[in-house]
Design a protein around this ligand. Sequence first.
Ligand SMILES: [Ca+2]
Length: 315
Amino acid sequence: MTTTPIIFDTDPGVDDAQAIALILADPAIEVVGMTTTYGNVPVETATSNALLLTELAGQTVPVAQGAARPLSKTPNPFPTFVHGVNGLGDIDLPSPKTQAVDQTAAQFLVEKTKERPGELTLVAVGPLGNLATALQIDPNIVDRVKQVVIMGGSVKQGGNVTPVAEANIYSDPHAAQRVFNAGWPVVMVGLDVTHKTHLSPDRMARIQAAQGELGRVLGESYGFYADFYRKALGIDGCCPHDSCAVAWLKKPELFKTVRGHLNVVTEGLAQGQTVFAPEEATFAEPRWSQTPLIDVCMDIDGDAVSQWIEDTLTT
Ligand SMILES: [Ca+2]
């Protein structure tokens, strides 16, 4: 079997937990490590959750702790009304028995890509400070990474923390602008596809039943998270945002991507907005079309992706 080696950059987070369960369940994905960031929760909580979820999955994966705050903007309040104070819906959780490695997330990204040049895909599903810092300490990392898959941003869907900004990008727009435009191969998996993907209570019940103690954490935290989505989007279930980035790795045929230029608004009222200029489009004002080309997911077969999530976590 060909396996896809990845480093998973994460701020768990209920939907992060679902995605972590997926990457650890899929034998065709090799999880070389996880790097943590603040975002849904403080970074110490993110690290603790990443370690605990790995233990509950019965696996050993190095976890490197990273960014505790944005590169330059004032931190936003943590979204406790979405993920709970503990990031996993405020359910009872044991403490992890394992510890993070003695290396920062950015150092870990630099070192692992040196050990395996050209092989690793970075899947980043939180604010992008760790990747931005790795670029800062070693700009040559762009030539050693196979691909960067980013859950974040929005082109036509509008935002989820402001009318125009998606949460991960809004949390650190300066980092996002650097990461999107560093010149490495980037795929953006944003709200244009994650809002079209709904994980229903029925599917989660079957996942919970199949996953033991990890299933309890996934199922109970889902309950808290789905309450938010019922109020926010009027759907019965949740958007498994971060799992969509994993789905893109495994099932790209379920997505429609468009190639173009992506810029992040870093300051002002529209801070965190991702502005997309498709390659084919010509504009009188060329300033939006000067960055490297990336791929942006614009459509998805959401039902098929939800089915894939369930299948992966129940077989
Ligand atoms: Ca996340």
